[in-house]
Design a protein around this ligand. Structure first.
Ligand code: 5RP
Length: 225
């Protein structure tokens, strides 16, 4: 099976955790795309009644096109289950997210969710997180000063750009700076530094924020608790 087939299988496995009446957080990314397709199928074929709360405008557009009811996060008082992807996960379930630029809404939806499941192909499992880089969302005002601070910290920052070379903008119209740090010795220390940097809105270190991981393996999806 290639990577896309593994992603499709974990997406399909994850929707089995969704029950009638649930409010479900819908993540962002290529793996989540398969999950949302599978959820749309259940809504259309079984009449499954769910409310989705999305983590990006892309996911909203896809979910609505499949007939899934979407509510704004502030229209619900809780989210039962959030299903999202990840860029890296270590053996302690520390993760990096934000490869798709949706880390801010993803962390807010993750925070409001009672249960969190991540769906990944096996290439995302690592001993120590960091090689993917750490995406950081910064407001445009003064962003170059934040970038310069990251240089001083030895974080090797890189602006995220669009295909035509402009600075990438998130759904909140912020910029993303990717920190090319390599394996992180102490993710907690780095997370503290990032979140206390003025101008940073949020970062892609997701520490202690997942309950179960569904991994796409060649011999079928495996659930890790
Ligand atoms: C988006 C994310 C995604 O969940 C993460 O990048 C994984 O994406 P994919 O399933 O395409 O590999 O954090 O901001």
């Amino acid at each position: 099976m290639d990577q896309n087939e593994l992603k499709a299988l974990v997406g399909q496995a994850a929707v089995k955790f969704i029950e009638d009446g649930m409010i479900v957080g819908l993540g962002t990314g290529s793996t989540v795309r398969y999950m949302v397709d599978a959820l749309g199928k259940r809504v259309q074929e079984e009449g499954l009644n769910v409310i989705g709360v999305t983590t990006s405008n892309r996911t909203t557009a896809q979910a609505q096109s499949l007939g899934i009811t979407i509510k704004d996060i502030d229209e619900v008082d809780h989210i039962d289950l959030c299903i999202d992807g990840a860029d890296e996960i270590d053996t302690d379930f520390n993760g990096i997210k934000g490869g798709g630029g949706a880390l801010l809404w993803e962390k807010i939806v993750n925070n409001a969710s009672t249960k969190r499941i991540w769906i990944v192909d096996e290439s995302k499992l690592v001993k120590r997180i960091g090689n993917f880089g750490v995406p950081v969302e910064v407001i445009p005002f003064g962003a170059q000063h934040v970038f310069n601070y990251f240089v001083k910290q030895g974080y090797h920052p890189v602006w995220r750009l669009t295909d035509d070379g402009a600075k990438y903008r998130t759904d909140e119209k912020n910029f993303i700076i990717d920190l090319k740090v390599g394996e992180i010795a102490d993710p907690k220390v780095m997370a503290e530094d990032l979140i206390h940097t003025v101008g940073v809105v949020e970062h892609g270190l997701f520490l202690n924020r997942v309950d179960q991981v569904i991994v796409g393996r060649q011999d079928g999806p495996e659930v890790l608790d």
